[in-house]
Write a protein that binds this ligand. Structure first.
Ligand code: ZN
Length: 900
């Protein structure tokens, strides 16, 4: 079972047991729990069931929510005479009609509290909070013992800036529950009672068990109970429980816009396609459903498509002009686009109706953090907590922000606090599990770095990690004229799940090798991955993010940061980083090739994993283009402009003159690149004909890349090695740049091996090792063939192998031998230490070799220690004994140098 998975609930109680005292300590004796996390969205989520006028949006833009309803009475359709009818109008977004219908019934003083509730919900939905309050004050006189009505009153008073009255409604509910708990244990009250307990900060697990689960048990078709469960589970990051409840809710109400909206949220992280499908269906059901519109705007913001987001927000404004989340998102967009004055104004508007609404600053901060602006994001969470210290979403987000900023002590102590008061939150539960694992990690320190690794891994290649990071710092910091806030924290995880929890707060994200947050790098160790990759290239890439993110104070578009990192990988080693291939070539030449100004969207909203990978490559080409056109200085200028908060569009347009020119020139650049890739090759696809005779096709199209590939496959399969070699040679002439691990150079090597031509096999493998990023098998074969060849090549090969699989003793043995042969005692010592940590069969000989390497490093004291240890393992090991005696003799002549 997955130790980081969600916590499940099991209902054990058969009877409904309401707590006798409805206070925050009645469920548990723990400290007061965080406030229910969806105050504002919750308000909409509960009340948005109800709204809808068929009037055009213009009627309700800005401040026109006043007089319009009163005159609607005549237009109430005859059919809307029952509560269900009016709910249906609300669900369809016919808010104005729903209000008019409910008003009619309220005016008739019908004895049914559903009518004033629907009316108040209607007014709240269209943002007419004052009318909602007047209606509430009348209704509560008549239906003072209605918990759903009182809960609505909480929202009503909050949105009319009357916190004491809002609190008073909660106190009244508490009194009602204390006086006659039996009255509220029926199916219609269990859900609102549960909502109340959540608002009071009770243990959500208990609320689920005692209220929502019981409500479902009494009535499996109770959609409100399913929705309440889903909403609560989502607020605790428990997508699994949410999805289960939503499945049931969807079966009952497949067109309910709220259910569809929540389903979109549940699929958010895991399946983008499903998320978008549900969101679309929600808006098809009700194009004026505010939570879905806000969520759609947020999705656009995630892709840095701020204009599209603003357009959607304008639609929300036309429905509910003073919605706090609407204005919070406006403030976040303003911040992200450097318009700080607008940001302040939007935030003020967001807080106008409820000036201590913690959701406002939390929402702004969350969006800043999503764009790597953790410092500012954390500041906003602190502001949110100043308004409500128990506001759970802000506490969780702040903990994550701090951990990502490298402020681990404060971050972990916050995690501890949240975990104590909220044992349910799945992301916090996972973080706590991770913390216990991290405590067992080894910490390695060097100027500029604090590296945390699994203890065993640190023993085996920790020194190599430190060396690589030091080289990255020496190369990239001066190149980008960056001044870093140090140390940089690097955490390397031997299990992918731990990497994911630390990085995303949740399991998942299998495609990621490493992530950089500005001052923190998290990375998978090779042991954590299913595929071969080179940890050196990963750390180089991530460290380059450190440099560029810090240089711009995290104010850079995603594509630029990725593009520079991939570009710098290739600069360091041409076999690192994404390289062109026939698929990319086609994508570069396609009509829908993304221009520079829209590259970020390619990361944030990719059509497929291939498109995401291509986004890295295309961005690196954009950087190459920029440097080609404006020089390294031009790139520094761009980063400096962004760091002072200049809008991306403006900064990008400065040197080329305009965005249009930039996009045009970039497209020409990439098309040239694509055409230069293999000018004599014909990349036209083969006809889709199963009976195609490839040989005949090749007679007419001798340079067809795909034709030759197919012919090669056929020859290899039929073991016609002589023909295969001819085709492989021709393919290399057509496109010498194939860099895939199992590409043409690997195939040619296999063919030559079969033909017994080991010289040619070796040459092809060397070509492969210069181009491919992790050709493990090819490299291992090189080491077999290279025994009597130049050992420099062995050193290089074993170093690449160590980048792919440092935990392999065979690899470390090769590396140590190669280093010994080339008199590289430093590498020899690292490799031998690694071997020693890998529980070797013959530790005495490794210790002896370590002693020899130490002598070459002028560390005789350590050499002597290794000799003694070797003899301890094998007392009759004469070579070690001899060496020890030599060391003793020389020690009599001169003092031994100090240990280094
Ligand atoms: Zn990256």
């Amino acid at each position: 079972m997955n130790e980081y998975q969600s916590i499940k609930f099991h209902m054990t109680d058969d009877t409904v047991k309401l707590p006798s005292r409805a206070t925050h300590v009645s469920f548990s004796q723990t400290a007061r729990l965080p406030m229910q996390p969806l105050p504002q969205p919750r308000l909409t989520a509960i009340s948005l069931f109800v709204f809808g006028w068929p009037l055009c949006l213009a009627y309700f833009s800005a401040n026109s929510t006043g007089m319009a309803y009163a005159n609607q009475t005549d237009s109430v359709p005859q059919a809307a005479s029952t509560v269900e009818d009016v709910k249906a109008l609300m669900q369809a977004g016919e808010y104005e009609q729903a209000i008019a219908a409910a008003k009619q019934q309220v005016d008739k003083r019908v004895w049914n509290e559903s009518w004033p509730r629907l009316l108040i919900e209607g007014y709240m939905t269209v943002g007419d909070y004052d009318r909602a309050r007047s209606e509430y004050e009348v209704a509560i006189e008549r239906f003072g013992d209605s918990i759903p009505l009182r809960l609505l009153g909480v929202d009503v008073y909050r949105m009319t800036n009357n916190a004491p009255q809002a609190e008073k409604q909660l106190d009244e509910i508490e009194t009602l529950l204390r006086q006659s708990p039996w009255r509220y244990s029926n199916r219609s009250n269990l859900v609102p009672v549960g909502e109340f307990y959540l608002m009071r900060g009770e243990d959500p697990k208990q609320v689920l068990k005692i209220c929502f689960d019981q409500a479902v048990k009494l009535d499996p078709k109770n959609i409100d109970a399913h929705v309440a469960t889903a909403r609560m589970a989502l607020s605790k990051n428990d997508a699994q429980v949410a999805a289960q409840s939503l499945d049931k809710a969807l079966a009952l109400a497949p067109k309910d816009p709220e259910v569809l909206y929540l389903a979109a949220k549940a699929w958010n992280e895991t399946e983008r396609g499903r998320k978008e499908g549900f969101l679309q269906r929600s808006l098809d059901s009700n194009p004026r459903f505010v939570p879905s519109l806000l969520y759609a705007a947020e999705t656009q913001m995630d892709s840095e498509r701020y204009d599209a987001a603003r357009e959607i927000l304008n639609r929300v404004e036309a429905i509910q002009s003073r919605n706090p989340i609407l204005w919070s998102l406006c403030a976040a967009i303003a911040h992200l686009t450097g318009d700080y004055e607008l940001e302040g104004n939007a935030r003020r508007t967001a807080l106008e109706r409820w000036n201590l609404n913690p959701a406002v600053d939390h929402t702004i901060g969350r969006h800043l953090s999503l764009h790597y602006r953790f410092e500012e994001g954390a500041e906003y969470q602190r502001r949110s907590l100043a308004m409500d210290p128990n506001y759970a979403p802000a506490r969780t987000q702040l903990a994550q922000d701090l951990l990502r900023l490298g402020k681990t002590e404060e971050g972990w102590s916050l995690v501890d606090g949240i975990r104590q008061s909220d044992p349910y939150d799945v992301s916090i539960y996972n973080l706590k599990q991770l913390q216990a694992k991290l405590a067992k990690f080894t910490t390695l320190e060097a100027p500029g770095f604090v590296v945390r690794m699994d203890a065993k891994e640190a023993e085996i290649y920790g020194d190599d990690v430190m060396l690589l990071l030091w080289q990255a710092r020496e190369t990239l910091v001066p190149k980008y004229r960056a001044e870093l806030q140090e140390p940089i924290f690097v955490e390397i995880f031997p299990r992918q799940q731990e990497f994911a929890i630390r990085t995303f707060g949740m399991p998942g994200g299998e495609g990621f090798l490493g992530v950089c947050f500005g001052r923190l790098i998290t990375a998978n160790s090779p042991a954590a991955l299913q595929v071969d990759s080179n940890w050196r290239s990963v750390l180089w890439h991530e460290y380059c993010h450190v440099v560029t993110l810090q240089k711009t104070k995290n104010k850079m578009p995603r594509w630029l940061s990725e593009g520079i990192s991939v570009y710098e990988e290739r600069q360091r080693d041409p076999s690192w980083g994404e390289q062109i291939n026939p698929t990319y070539r086609e994508m570069l030449l396609a009509d829908d090739m993304v221009p520079i100004s829209r590259l970020s969207g390619a990361f944030l909203n990719p059509k497929s994993p291939l498109h995401l990978q291509f986004a890295y490559f295309a961005s690196s080409l954009a950087v190459e283009f920029w440097i080609d056109r404006f020089g390294m200085q031009g790139l520094q200028k761009l980063l400096e402009d962004l760091s002072i908060g200049m809008r991306q569009e403006e900064a990008l347009a400065r040197l080329p003159g305009s965005l249009e020119i930039l996009d045009q020139e970039f497209l020409e650049f990439v098309r040239d690149k694509a055409k230069q890739m293999a000018p004599s090759a014909d990349f036209a696809p083969l006809p889709k004909d199963p009976s195609l005779d490839v040989q005949r096709w090749l007679a007419e199209h001798p340079n067809s890349y795909f034709g030759n590939r197919q012919a090669l496959e056929i020859s290899m399969k039929s073991k016609d090695w002589a023909s295969a070699r001819k085709i492989a040679d021709h393919l290399i002439t057509l496109w010498p740049g194939d860099s895939s691990n199992e590409g043409i150079y690997w195939k040619l090597a296999v063919i030559c091996r079969e033909l017994g031509d080991h010289d040619a096999e070796y040459d092809s493998l060397i070509e492969l090792s210069h181009r491919a990023s992790a050709p493990r098998e090819g490299l291992l074969r090189v080491t077999e063939l290279a025994k009597d060849r130049q050992s420099k090549m062995m050193v290089r090969t074993s170093e690449i192998l160590q980048g792919i699989d440092p935990m392999s003793d065979a690899v470390q043995e090769l590396r140590s031998l190669a280093a010994e042969q080339t008199y590289d005692p430093h590498t020899a010592r690292n490799a031998l230490r690694a071997l020693l940590a890998l529980d070797p069969i013959d530790p005495a000989s490794i210790l002896y070799r370590l002693a020899r390497a130490s002598i070459q490093l002028d560390d005789r004291k350590q050499a002597k220690r290794y000799c003694l240890q070797s003899l301890e393992e094998s007392p009759r090991f004469t070579d070690a004994l001899k060496l020890l005696l030599e060391l003793q003799d020389s020690a009599n002549d001169k003092p031994l140098p100090e240990n280094r």
